[in-house]
Design a protein around this ligand. Structure first.
Ligand SMILES: [Ca+2]
Ligand SMILES: [Ca+2]
Length: 223
């Protein structure tokens, strides 16, 4: 049966609305947000993962971490090594600062392990609520800033070469097999490239909810 002109128009408008409902203000698809995710803060794997990172981030090994140490690592070490532009570095520094501020950290204030891990719980509760409501999360904003730096070719996808350069710059590991393995974990839909949706989702799974499909995101040295 032939559709009338107004029916065709209505159908086109409906398709457009259905499409744009999935787009954020930046114009990116939000594939994974909107799901209600839960975190278990008694999960030993989740605790060990964060404890490992706490010790790694405690650069001077005095049993405390500070926001200053995190921002130094993110901006001075990683952004310099990966040759981020000053604008990219500023955006990344803001994102990291806001992220850890969400976990209760402040410049010049030392956090011991119990406060540090409690801060993560507060942060995650808030983030998972926003995630379920499709509101902007701090991890997504950080992911976007980092993605922009890693994606040297600017094609909106991270390939294995760009992923390796990032890992070398961040001092995670230089071993190509390990990079390929973590690439596969992050490439959730296995199409050979990482998009910002996948990167954010796998980091939510790794750091927030200890989702088994995110295991191995940081290679064999991080639990
Ligand atoms: Ca790219
Ligand atoms: Ca992919």
């Amino acid at each position: 049966m032939m559709q009338s002109r107004s029916q065709r128009l209505a159908s086109q408008i409906f398709k457009f609305a259905a499409c744009s409902a999935n787009f954020s203000s930046e114009g990116n698809l939000h594939l994974y947000e909107g799901n209600k995710l839960t975190a278990d803060y008694t999960n030993p794997r989740w605790i060990e993962r964060h404890r490992h990172m706490f010790h790694k981030l405690d650069r001077d090994n005095n049993g405390f971490v500070t926001l200053d140490e995190f921002v130094y690592k993110a901006s001075e070490e990683i952004c310099k090594n990966i040759e981020a532009t000053p604008e990219q570095t500023d955006a990344h520094t803001d994102a990291v600062t806001n992220f850890f501020a969400g976990a209760g950290m402040k410049f010049g204030v030392e956090s011991k392990w119990p406060e540090y891990i409690k801060g993560w719980e507060v942060l995650i509760d808030d983030e998972l609520e926003k995630w379920a409501a499709k509101e902007p999360t701090l991890i997504r904003i950080w992911g976007g800033a980092l993605f922009d730096i890693i994606d040297k070719s600017g094609d909106g996808a991270i390939d294995l070469e760009e992923w390796e350069f990032y890992h070398k710059s961040a001092g995670v590991f230089e071993n190509i097999e390990e990079c390929a393995a973590t690439f596969d974990v992050c490439d959730a839909n296995s199409d050979g490239k990482i998009d910002v949706e996948e990167m954010t989702r796998q980091h939510v799974g790794f750091w927030y909810t200890a989702d088994p499909v995110s295991d191995g995101l940081y290679g064999p040295s991080v639990p």
